[in-house]
Design a protein around this ligand. Structure first.
Ligand code: ATP
Length: 255
């Protein structure tokens, strides 16, 4: 956790920028930060601030135009991408099952790691119980699931492999409040056991008491990186609302 004396960071970004291929304005600008093992980070910012882009860089779906990213002090460029993604997993808000049933989708990452059928079955039972996924969902395909149900499956599929770092992009927006709280609690427990979680969201109320750290992105810049206990949430919500309104006004004045 960040509150412990800092050891070698698990992740380190040095002056990372991401240039847009279509616009002049960089998507991310000179981001430098360090992440300690077990950090629970809420990543916030208005639409277009760069949250998804930053998560994509951390999952190596994109590479920085400038700057470097290190995982356990090893440069990302030196780590085979498959190996990296076995340790750093990304959950999108609209993950697809790609024609698989729920059972197949959750089992697949375990098959890729060469687990026996018995071990896969044990993990499947453990995680479906923990996430309260009813057994009658297991034979369903994507079209037979609601958006919220699909989000739950995407989280299960990421958690079965117990990654070192879990990246989440608005992962529980479509779930009911009780399910959201349950998942946030599970993530909190897992992070206490050492899993790092980076959670991008617009819903400050949801993550206010959840994280130990907050990153605030504004126009691709990391403008705040604070322990959550130092945050004035009311002021932050107001600041976000004002930024959002300014953004809309800028758009309107360009039309
Ligand atoms: N593939 C791309 N090509 C060009 N520009 C892109 C691309 N993807 C994103 N952008 C731009 O990068 C900026 C950041 O987008 P990003 O999706 O990272 O923001 P975000 O904070 O995740 O937004 P939201 O909260 O709406 O999901 C936006 O201005 C967007 O238009």
């Amino acid at each position: 956790m960040s509150s412990n004396p800092p050891s070698n960071p698990q992740l380190r970004l040095t002056n990372v920028s991401l240039q847009s291929k279509i616009g002049f304005q960089p998507i991310l600008q000179e981001i430098s930060l360090e992440v300690q093992r077990g950090d629970r980070i809420a990543l916030i910012g208005i639409s277009g601030a760069g949250k998804t882009s930053l998560l994509r860089l951390l999952n190596r779906l994109n590479s920085p135009s400038n700057g470097e990213i290190f995982f356990e002090e090893k440069n990302y460029t030196q780590i085979p991408v498959v190996q990296l993604r076995q340790q750093i997993t990304f959950v999108l808000s609209d993950s697809k099952l790609l024609g698989m049933t729920v059972r197949e989708a959750i089992s697949y990452p375990l098959q890729l790691r060469g687990l026996s059928e018995d071990d896969i079955s044990q993990q499947l039972t453990q995680w479906t119980e923990r996430l309260e996924i009813p057994s009658d969902w297991l034979n369903r395909t994507e079209v037979q699931l609601s958006t919220g149900q699909r989000q739950k499956i995407a989280i299960a599929r990421a958690l079965v492999i117990q990654p070192q770092i879990l990246l989440l992009d608005e992962p529980i927006t479509a779930l009911d409040v009780a399910s959201q709280k349950k998942i946030l609690n599970i993530l909190q427990t897992l992070s206490s056991d050492g899993m790092t979680v980076i959670f991008a969201t617009h819903h400050l109320d949801l993550i206010q008491d959840w994280g130990n750290r907050l990153w605030y992105l504004l126009q691709g810049k990391l403008v705040q990186d604070y322990p959550t206990r130092q945050i004035d949430w009311q002021a932050l919500k107001q600041q976000l609302m004002i930024t959002q309104q300014q953004d809309i006004q800028e758009w309107e004045s360009e039309d």
